[in-house]
Design a protein around this ligand. Structure first.
Ligand SMILES: [Zn+2]
Length: 135
């Protein structure tokens, strides 16, 4: 695996689950991963290009009892990264379409939101291009 010699990744286990509410934290090096997507939970090592899945889950429903604030980070293959990125793009595009439809109905214009989302889609397209070119 490419991460075994990486100065950032070699300190990150294949998968790790921590609960901030129990005082557990992800390894320092996990903070150095590039956040590709807040929506799809995809992270990437800026040094060796290893991809990671990331899930954050926390207890918001009950104020009582021991809450939790879980961070789950796990290594994924380039193939899995491609799948995740595609799904993320599809879900962003789907929500864009729904939003356009709604805005058209209300005769409003989605400029602000599009400005926010378009660079994100461009970034994924770049990422997919790079991933498929490597093969
Ligand atoms: Zn790395």
């Amino acid at each position: 695996m490419k991460q075994s010699k990486c100065s950032i990744c070699s300190k990150i286990p294949d998968e790790i689950l921590v609960d901030n509410d129990k005082g557990e934290h992800l390894p320092q090096s996990a903070n150095k991963l590039e956040v590709l997507s807040s929506i799809g939970g995809i992270r990437k090592c800026p040094k060796c290009s290893q991809y990671y899945g990331y899930v954050y889950d926390h207890d918001v429903l009950t104020g009582a009892g021991p809450g939790y604030s879980d961070h789950f980070l796990f290594r994924i293959s380039d193939g899995e990264a491609v799948e995740r990125i595609k799904k993320t793009v599809a879900s962003i595009e789907g929500s864009l379409e729904r939003m356009y439809a709604k805005l058209r109905e209300e005769e409003l214009y989605p400029d602000e939101h599009v400005k926010q989302v378009e660079p994100e889609i461009k970034r994924y397209e770049g990422e997919l291009g790079a991933l498929t070119a490597e093969k």
